[in-house]
Every structure is written in C-alpha cells, then in structure tokens.
Ligand binder design. Structure first.
Ligand code: ZN
Length: 401
C-alpha cells in the first residue's frame, strides 16, 4: 500500500476500528446478517502526514444507491444557502453569465440555491435514486461518477466547482483533481467542504471515520494534494457543520492571494501538533476510553430498567455502534425521519429503525447518534427534556449546528 496523496510507502497504522460493514448500507429484514464486513483502519503517512484508510470498498458499492438526502435536515439546507450567497457575493456578484458544477450534488439542495442566484447549474451524482429526485426537482443532474472521463463528456468550463464532502470520498483522487483543474475557468473558484481532522481529534469524533471517507485532511495535507495539481487554497474558515468542517476556497496557483484568516488558521494548526503521529496515538487511546465509559452508561441504564432509543440513524452512527459493540439489547431502536429508511436495520449491529412519527411513547433516554446537530436537537426537544427524557451525547462537539 502506498500513500494516496504522495505515493510514499511510509505508512503506519494509528487507529484500528476493527472489521465493519459498509455504514451506509441499512438492511432490509431479509439482508440482516448477510452483509459483508471490511477492515476499518487509519494509517498515517510519515512522509506527507495525510491520514487515510488502507482498505477501499469499491465505489460502485459505496455510492451506487445511497439514501442520504441533504434536503432532509434544515440546518444543512440553511448552510448550503449561506455557501451559495457567500460565493456569489465574494467572487461573482458582477458577472452576468455564471455557472457551477456540483460534484456529488445529491438531491440538488445546494444547486437550487445557486439557481436562485442566476447560475446555470449542473450536478454530477452517482446515486440513481438521488439523481432522479434532483432532475425531477428541476436541477439538471448527470448520473455518473465525477472524474476526468465525465469532465471530458461535459466538455465545458465552469466559474464555480463545488464539492461538499463527497470529493474526499472518491477513490479516483488524482483523476478527480485533474478533472477540476481542466474544468475550472481561469478566474474560477472551487469550493470544498471537508471534515477537518483537527476537529475530529478535538471532538473525539472517531465516528466520522468510515469507509466512504478514504482521506482525513488538515489544511497542511490538503494543500499538498492541491499543489500536485496546480491548485491552491487561498481562503478558508471553520464551519460548525458535522462538528467542525473546513469551507475552503481554491483557485489555480497564482491567480488569487492568500487571506490573513487562512494564514492564521494554518499557524494555529501547526501549533496544535495535529499533524504528528503522536496526536493520532493519543486520539486512539482516548476513543478506547470512551468505549468503556459508553458501555458502562448503557449497561447501567439497562440494569435500572430504562428504555433507550437511538436518536437519528446517521451513517457515522454505525461506526460508533459497531466499534462500541452496541446492539438491540442496549438500544432498542434508532429513531429516524428519512422515509427511505423505513423498516430497515442498522448494518452490523442490526438495530431496527423507527420512523419519528411512529414513536408513541418516549424512551427514558435518547442516545444521540446525530450529535453534530446538538443545538438543533436540544432546541426542538425542550418539551421532552422538561418531561425528564435524557438526551445523551456520546460525542460532544465543540461547535454544533
Ligand atoms: Zn503521503
């Protein structure tokens, strides 16, 4: 195995989360117990310091027909709106004809906001179901994996490229980078959103590690990748989404100047030591301690005769449930509002999902897997909290949506 970014072979295992099912694969009753398991291990590159998974689940399995819909959560839609208006205000306000290509455009939530600002939009989405939802909603979407081949077929350039997270899942990393380099206009801006490894470590949010996320970036390591392809990040900030994500603005090298706020963040990152192998070793020790504490909490709740439901069934929740070893004997069901997941079971631990509207009697404890929406969840559930329902957060984000 060689480093996905720099091709070095100096890789070292730093976090081993065991064998895990593909976390997005919620199961029908007849599929329970038949799902395959794959190693989930993070390796650290001693050469370029990028952390990454060593095992790749094939992209056709991972992204063929996922059921994650970005339109479902209010705070995500608000976040997408903010991104669109910010990009337009900052870079393209004066421009008459402007265009955007969204990589992994999901149900078109992000592109709708750009449409309303007068952009010609194009989505590229690998999930058939999701691409259809977008097209039906009036957002032109190609059903494909984004790479050089797809870019060649599209055959024109765009003012803006957008990739919210998904860009960094892709196994054809360098092909994707080359495609962006080719498809981005000279003064174009590529907007990325990615999980910030520094935040993951600070939050102990190890559940953000799953097979879809092949790479875990910091400002330093993403720059190494971008530079390889003639691109550079010139501005960035930390957003509360997913407990701490970077929104970064990227251009062709030599076209825009580095902002003081990105310079300051880079300095802070370097000072924090998060690009060292020691930081990863420490992180690993702390999540093993967390496992002990969480199992103790749930066993005590069970012994006290308390009923515990999971709150939300995010894909990352499956990393947590599988690593901690939490099954239906500790958490009876996962309460979820995505209707595409009605009647399904969580992969690996086989906890049944229950639709929000079907919960007639509240449990004693909600174990919150969708912890990154802590603020929204706490605000929406004041009635239950007043009635004495406990909301337990296995991961406590320093910033939340
Ligand atoms: Zn490397």
């Amino acid at each position: 195995m060689i480093c996905r970014v720099c091709d070095s072979n100096k890789l070292e295992l730093v976090v081993d989360l065991g064998d895990q099912p593909w976390c997005n694969n919620f199961l029908r009753a007849d599929e329970v117990g038949k799902e395959p398991f794959y190693p989930l291990r993070v390796l650290f590159c001693r050469n370029c310091t990028t952390s990454q998974l060593d095992f790749t689940v094939k992209k056709e399995i991972m992204f063929g027909d996922h059921t994650y819909l970005s339109g479902v959560t209010k705070s995500l839609s608000a976040h997408f709106y903010q991104i669109a208006s910010e990009v337009d205000d900052k870079f393209f306000k004066e421009k008459r004809q402007k265009s955007i290509l969204d990589i992994g455009s999901n149900d078109g939530t992000q592109l709708k906001h750009f449409q309303s600002l007068g952009y010609e939009v194009l989505g590229v989405e690998s999930s058939k179901t999701t691409a259809k939802i977008a097209n039906d909603a009036g957002v032109p979407t190609i059903e494909a994996f984004f790479n050089e081949e797809t870019m060649l077929k599209i055959g024109r350039q765009f003012d803006v490229f957008n990739a919210s997270g998904v860009f960094f899942h892709l196994e054809e990393l360098h092909s994707v980078c080359r495609a962006i380099k080719q498809g981005l206009k000279k003064d174009g801006v590529f907007v990325v959103q990615f999980l910030y490894m520094k935040s993951i470590m600070e939050n102990l949010a190890f559940d953000q590690i799953y097979h879809e996320h092949l790479l875990y970036y910091t400002l330093k390591t993403i720059e190494i990748l971008l530079n390889r392809h003639g691109l550079t990040m010139f501005d960035a900030y930390l957003a509360s989404i997913h407990g701490g994500s970077i929104i970064g603005y990227i251009s062709h090298i030599g076209t825009r100047s580095l902002t003081p706020r990105l310079e300051a963040m880079r300095t802070e990152e370097e000072t924090s030591g998060c690009n060292s192998i020691e930081a990863y070793r420490k992180f690993d020790g702390r999540i093993r301690q967390m496992k002990k504490e969480n199992l103790e909490f749930l066993s005590n709740a069970k012994a006290a005769g308390k009923k515990v439901y999971g709150f939300g069934a995010p894909v990352k929740g499956n990393t947590l449930l599988n690593f901690f070893g939490i099954g239906p004997e500790l958490i009876q069901c996962l309460v979820e509002k995505n209707q595409l997941r009605r009647g399904l079971y969580s992969p690996g631990m086989h906890i049944p999902l229950m639709m929000e509207e079907d919960v007639k009697v509240s449990p004693d404890i909600y174990y919150v897997l969708a912890w990154n929406f802590k603020k929204e969840i706490m605000a929406n559930n004041q009635d239950l909290i007043k009635k004495g329902v406990e909301f337990y957060f296995p991961v406590n984000p320093m910033v939340s949506a």
